[in-house]
Design a binder for this molecule. Structure first.
Ligand code: SAM
Length: 337
């Protein structure tokens, strides 16, 4: 084991989100336009290149990997990638972020390959709203996916819902109600501006408003002690109007309550850049040097450099306008959400 990966602001990096593709089978309004085009396949890291990068990261004491995209299940070798990660060994687990549309086809194989956690994106519990958010009609397979994931021995299954005023804010209660019978963690995420989306401050809903709407509907939320490696959500046990719920509700609050001080993560993009901050520009290319024959030592030095230049904070704040931010042209699906 090498020494720990400590960034330029003294934070230890223990969690890396690896994006395996920029392709997606949905077109969520907050993520990409209907007309989104994708990179030619040779620009994506191969399974072996991902394995090599992950092996180096494990050597730096990274304990948790999340496989993301784009939509990772659109990648034919996803089970092989997960099995490589599992063979390397990440003590805090290997998680998958998926939209759930194709997940049922490979859920058992992913579990057998060593996947430990599943997050499914679901912004609406009703078909019409689902279509409005994703521009596709796939609610049924996504709901089936959630039930399938719950029936398998994964760690807690979580749902991620981005809330946008006028699009799906009337889905807050139906989504929260899903935690009543199911042992799900439903997490409401604050909508973030990216180069390619139509973010406006008027559409933005902060976590406090979501909480207030739940409280007004008869929900009581009691904080669950936070597991640092588990990520940035604040989780709550739930008592609803009909009694105690099996699942939990969480809030991911990148804008109204930024968690940069405790940020322990980096991202590896599908085209091989190690990225310190979702909104940062100090990305370090690992793939080009890898393809040019860099040694393990040279790649390790690049990883240390990427940590050293990891940005201290992201630039978002309550009351901002999109044109105040130094956004790049990339959207979440290209960076790896
Ligand atoms: N396709 C997978 C999925 O649906 O989970 C993984 C990729 S997706 C980009 C990862 C996460 O990013 C999702 O939970 C999605 O809701 C979130 N996301 C994408 N764009 C966002 C935005 N503008 N603001 C907040 N969250 C966003």
């Amino acid at each position: 084991m090498r020494r720990s990966l400590i960034d330029g602001h003294g934070r230890r990096v223990t969690y890396v989100r690896i994006s395996v593709t920029d392709r997606c089978n949905l077109r969520c309004v907050y993520c990409m336009p209907e007309s989104q085009t994708f990179r030619p396949l040779p620009h994506l890291m191969t399974r072996e290149e991902i394995r090599r990068a992950a092996h180096l990261l494990a050597g730096f004491g990274v304990t948790k990997i999340r496989v993301t995209g784009g939509e990772p299940t659109t990648r034919p070798d996803l089970v092989g990638i997960v099995s490589d990660l599992s063979a390397i060994g990440f003590p805090s687990g290997i998680a998958l972020s998926t939209n759930g549309v194709l997940f049922p086809r490979m859920a058992h194989d992913l579990l057998a390959a060593g996947l430990t956690k599943v997050n499914v994106s679901l912004d609406a519990a009703e078909a019409e709203h689902f279509r409005k958010m994703t521009r596709r009609d796939h609610l049924k397979p996504v709901l089936d996916s959630i039930d399938l994931a719950l029936s398998l021995p994964f760690d807690k299954v979580k749902i991620n819902a981005v809330v946008i005023r006028g699009f799906n804010d009337d889905q807050i209660l139906p989504l929260a109600a899903m935690t009543r019978e199911k042992n799900l963690g439903v997490r409401f995420i604050e909508f973030m501006p990216f180069g390619n989306n139509d973010w406006t401050d008027a559409d933005w809903i902060g976590w406090a408003e979501v909480r207030d709407r739940l409280t007004a509907a008869g929900y009581t939320l009691s904080p669950v002690e936070k597991d640092f490696v588990a990520g940035p959500a604040d989780e709550y046990r739930v008592t609803g109007p009909l009694g105690e719920h099996r699942g939990t509700i969480g809030f991911i609050t990148p804008i109204s309550d930024r968690f940069c001080d405790t940020c322990n993560r980096m991202r590896l993009t599908q085209d091989g850049f190690l990225k310190g901050c979702l909104f940062g520009h100090n990305d370090v290319d690992l793939l080009k040097p890898m393809r040019a024959g860099a040694t393990e030592e040279e790649l390790a030095a690049l990883i240390e450099h990427a940590a050293a230049v990891k940005e201290e904070r992201h630039p978002m704040f309550v009351g901002m306008q999109k044109n105040m931010l130094p956004l790049h042209a990339r959207n979440m699906s290209e960076i790896g959400g």
